[in-house]
Design a protein around this ligand. Structure first.
Ligand code: GDP
Length: 528
């Protein structure tokens, strides 16, 4: 790898927009903290943690959302390091998680996968990894907590390769582990970083360098280290930039976020090899980041929880050009102009009004419900970005309203909240009450709370007989009609009027899939 300290030539190629994916407890918050600390974005490590602790229980989470801000502020964290501008997009870290997590991954160019060295690949990591793979997002791996009892590094690499079908290339190697973990050795450049105060790593002659006598006083541990380095160099993949950028190979860093080991190795690598803003697929053509005209898409909406202010912030990823404060953009869905009078730029602790933003940046656009998830903004061109998908919900409930007089109001409120992406909304063809679907159960609480607080609509949930849903399509319109007629009581429309089939169980879904080979059943739908 080359030195990351060289500033990149222009603002777009200097940008690195990424997210951290991990299973809860692997160390995402701690690593975020350290990245921000080294990037000078926060004064004291502990900031992120303090916020995180406050949002870690359901009731607190609600309170925080109400008092406004924390999750908005931490949604995007921008910091500079070694001549690069890093935009770290937060993937919500609740036990329960929502589609926002998935959608955020459509707005990044790379991801850091944090793995607990004692646990290896865990369920959530795997799920998030699959979402990254759908978009061929390059992944850099950080094996965390090397200062504790760990599994064998070779085993961990092997597990990543086998469970994720992803080649690995270790870039640094741990110098000792557990209590004797003393730093990292760069296998490519033959340099050492101890406690990560060192911005520039020390060059050594190789694994036999006398420096290791100091770092690893125990001769047995030193011998193991030397042996492992030889084995790793001979037996494992070397880093291959093309394979990494295509999403087939992950460079692996060992470290300890808590103890500052390996963190600078990781940031250097993100600067040196993680991709700058990628070309984004729109219908009809791909939009290059270097194109002069501004384009962008909305991937997340954050509502103001204060019921007196129904404004929302739409998070837009700039895909090309330069966004300037005060410019007029076209909202392609409606064809109407929208003035970007107060785009907000995000820093670790604060929001500030931005004067300009470039491809790869994320800006917050305050609006009153004009912008929806998946919306494209341009300087006039009629193009629509693909790739802010909707995932088939895993939990479905019917919304029960105690006051029948308010049915119309409920309909409007559900529509608005579904546009914000709080839940997915399904309107059954048979005229029965609306069904909402979510990926994580927390969203049901959020919906209930917000209906009460913002619309004065007390609701409850009822079980439905459905547990699975699929969008349906067919080349043959007649077959599609035939299917929908035959299954009228199991059909609903989603927010955009697309037909959705609801099934009581995966088993019965499989049965219908076999019976109706002309129908395509999909569990991911791109926003139009
Ligand atoms: P998250 O849930 O992924 O955000 O994980 P946190 O960053 O909150 O870390 C979970 C726990 O692991 C906390 O108690 C951290 O202090 C601890 N932790 C994180 N990184 C390390 C590390 O490198 N070494 C050790 N020993 N503990 C760590």
């Amino acid at each position: 790898m080359t030195d990351a300290a060289r500033p990149a030539a222009d603002p777009v190629s200097a940008r690195r927009t990424f997210a951290i994916i991990s299973h809860p407890d692997a160390g995402k918050t701690t690593l975020t903290e350290k990245l921000l600390l080294f990037g000078g974005a926060i004064q004291l490590a502990g900031e992120v943690k303090a916020k995180r602790n406050r949002v870690s229980t359901r009731s607190d989470w609600m309170a925080i959302e109400k008092s406004r801000g924390i999750s908005v502020v931490t949604s995007v964290m921008t910091f500079e390091y070694g001549g690069h501008v890093f935009n770290l997009l937060d993937t919500p870290g609740h036990e329960d998680f929502s589609e926002d997590t998935y959608r955020t991954l459509t707005a990044v160019d790379s991801a850091v996968m944090v793995i607990d060295a004692a646990k290896g690949i865990e369920a959530r990591t795997r799920k998030l990894f699959e979402v990254c793979r759908l978009r061929d997002i390059p992944i850099v791996t950080f094996v965390n907590k090397m200062d504790r009892e760990t599994r064998d590094p070779f085993d961990l690499l092997d597990e990543i390769e086998k469970t994720l079908a992803l080649d690995t290339a270790p870039v640094n190697w741990p110098i000792g582990r557990g209590r004797s973990f003393a730093g990292t050795y760069d296998l490519v450049r033959s340099t050492v970083r101890g406690l990560d105060e060192e911005v520039v790593p020390r060059s050594v002659s190789g694994p036999d360098d006398p420096l290791f006598d100091e770092l690893l006083p125990d001769p047995a541990e030193r011998a193991t280290f030397r042996e492992e380095v030889e084995l790793a160099r001979e037996g494992l993949n070397a880093f291959d930039l093309a394979a990494f950028r295509e999403g087939h190979l992950t460079p692996v860093f060992f470290g300890s976020a808590l103890r500052n080991y390996g963190v600078r190795d990781l940031i250097d690598a993100l600067g040196a090899v993680a991709p700058p803003p990628r070309a984004q697929d729109a219908d009809g053509r791909a939009v290059e980041a270097a194109e002069p005209k501004m384009t962008g898409f909305v991937f997340k909406i954050q509502a103001n929880m204060d019921p007196n202010h129904r404004d929302r912030i739409a998070f837009m990823r700039v895909c090309s050009g330069r966004l300037q404060r005060g410019m007029k953009a076209k909202l392609v869905r409606t064809g109407k102009p929208i003035t970007l009078s107060a785009p907000q730029f995000f820093f670790a602790q604060d929001r500030a009004v931005a004067d300009e933003a470039f491809a790869g940046d994320v800006v917050g656009i305050p609006n009153h419900g004009t912008l929806r998830i998946g919306d494209t903004l341009t300087e006039g061109e009629d193009l629509v970005f693909r790739g802010v998908p909707s995932f088939a919900p895993e939990i479905m409930r019917r919304v029960k309203l105690s006051d029948a007089m308010k049915a119309k109001k409920l309909k409007e409120a559900l529509q608005q909240l579904a546009e914000e992406g709080v839940v997915q909304l399904f309107v059954p063809h048979d005229g029965s009450g609306a069904i909402v679907g979510v990926v994580g159960a927390l969203q049901l609480d959020v919906l209930k709370e917000r209906l009460q607080a913002e619309y004065s609509l007390p609701i409850d949930y009822e079980q439905t007989r459905f547990s699975v849903c699929r969008w349906i399509a067919s080349e043959d319109e007649r077959k599609l009609d035939e299917f929908m007629n035959a299954n009228r009581s199991a059909m609903a429309d989603d927010l955009d009027g697309a037909p959705v089939f609801l099934a009581p169980s995966p088993f019965s879904l499989r049965y219908d899939e076999e019976r109706w080979p002309q129908i395509r059943f999909t569990d991911i739908k791109d926003y139009q």
